[in-house]
Ligand binder design. Structure first.
Ligand code: PMP
Length: 361
């Protein structure tokens, strides 16, 4: 039975990439060493990390005045690293509270003594829609933090908020390379790799040159300027995760790039949303205009029915559709590597489940 993995992260990877890893594993590039064994101070690894950066720059159409940095520590570390590096003028940032990960970003910034003003929140709507920025006072904030895609709540910005002069920082963890954004609109973007870029252990930071190097004596592992100067190799980088990201990026280029991914993600999520919106059993709670292309939460409102559904889905090879514990119900994550057939299978299954349910209720 084919297994379709709808996990929110770590998440399904392209089958072709897994095959490539398998083939490469005993001896990388005929070196007689596994990529797990090679030094990061080797020509072999230099090529891996440099190629990954070149491919990423091409895929994102990233201008030369942006750095691509490879970190460990997850996006969670970046929630404090970004304010430590960038909040150096006003020591105050603005934030749009769109859910759990925005709140986490707020908390971590506060831990490093940066003030955080929440300018809009949709907490009272259970985050089923995005907060709207009404007024952003100028010359007050070092940047505005947004979460471009809310992995748990299932919302995503298709249009970025207008910040006028204020820098924009985006946590793009769950729609990085899955949705087209104009990178020039951001001062900084952060994204964990374990959704659309391979495996856990690697976090990307993309930052405009003029924003770094302004704070001295930062702890080395969060110092963007130091990482830029050391080609992300101040210490031992996550070699295997960077190698894997490189393979995913090559796969992405072969598939037609980010615009093509967005087209497919729209198609996949559209299939599922259409079904849910026409269902009498399931509800997709997110407001239509704010729906994520990559994370689709849905509920029946009946916890015991949800539990039965999740178990039956797994028996049918549709795994990890349990919703996040904060939201409950179900969630299907449809990242780049999830094929259209996987979503078709899911919709067929949900359709049958609904018919069976109605037959007995
Ligand atoms: N931001 C978003 C939008 C996320 O989805 C996640 C992880 N699911 C994080 C931040 C935290 O990432 P990490 O676990 O890599 O620190």
């Amino acid at each position: 039975m084919t297994i379709y993995n709808f996990s929110a992260g770590p998440a399904t990877m392209p089958a072709k990439v897994i095959q490539q890893i398998k083939a490469d594993l005993p001896s990388y590039n005929n070196s007689g060493m596994s990529v797990m064994e090679i030094s990061h101070r080797s020509a072999l690894f230099d090529k891996i990390i440099d190629d990954a950066a070149i491919d990423l720059r091409e895929l994102l159409q990233l201008p030369d005045n942006y750095q691509i940095l490879f970190f460990q520590g997850g996006c969670t570390l970046q929630f404090s690293a970004a304010p430590l590096n960038l909040a150096n003028k006003y020591h105050r940032i603005a934030l749009l509270d769109s859910g759990h990960w925005a709140k986490r970003a707020q908390a971590e910034a506060q831990l490093v003594d940066v003030k955080v003003d929440v300018l809009a929140s949709t907490a009272e709507k259970n985050y089923t829609e995005l907060p709207v920025l009404k007024d952003l006072p100028q010359n007050k904030y070092d940047y505005l933090h947004i979460t471009t895609n809310n992995t748990i709540e299932g919302t995503a910005y298709s249009k970025l908020p207008e910040t006028k002069g204020t820098e924009l920082v985006g946590d793009m963890s769950s729609n990085f390379l899955g949705q087209v954004y104009d990178m020039k609109k951001f001062g900084l973007v952060m994204a964990g790799a374990q959704k659309n870029l391979g495996i856990a252990g690697l976090t990307l930071v993309i930052v405009r040159n003029d924003l770094i190097g302004q704070v001295k004596n930062l702890p080395s592992m969060v110092d963007y300027d130091l990482f830029a100067k050391k080609n992300s190799m101040f210490n031992t980088p996550p070699v295997f995760a960077i190698y894997t990201a490189g393979l995913v990026l090559k796969w992405l280029k072969e598939q037609g790039g980010v615009a093509e991914m967005q087209r497919r993600n729209l198609q996949k999520s559209g299939l599922l949303y259409d079904f849910l919106d026409n269902s009498e059993l399931f509800i997709a709670p997110v407001a239509k205009q704010d729906r994520s292309l990559t994370n689709v939460p849905f509920v029946t409102g009946l916890p015991e029915v949800d539990a039965k559904l999740i178990a039956q889905a797994a028996d049918n090879g549709l795994v990890n559709i349990k919703g996040h514990r904060l939201v409950g119900g179900m969630r299907a994550s449809l990242y780049n590597a999830m094929p259209y057939e996987g979503v078709e299978k899911l919709v067929d299954f949900l359709n049958k489940f609904e018919k069976d349910y109605r037959g007995t209720h």
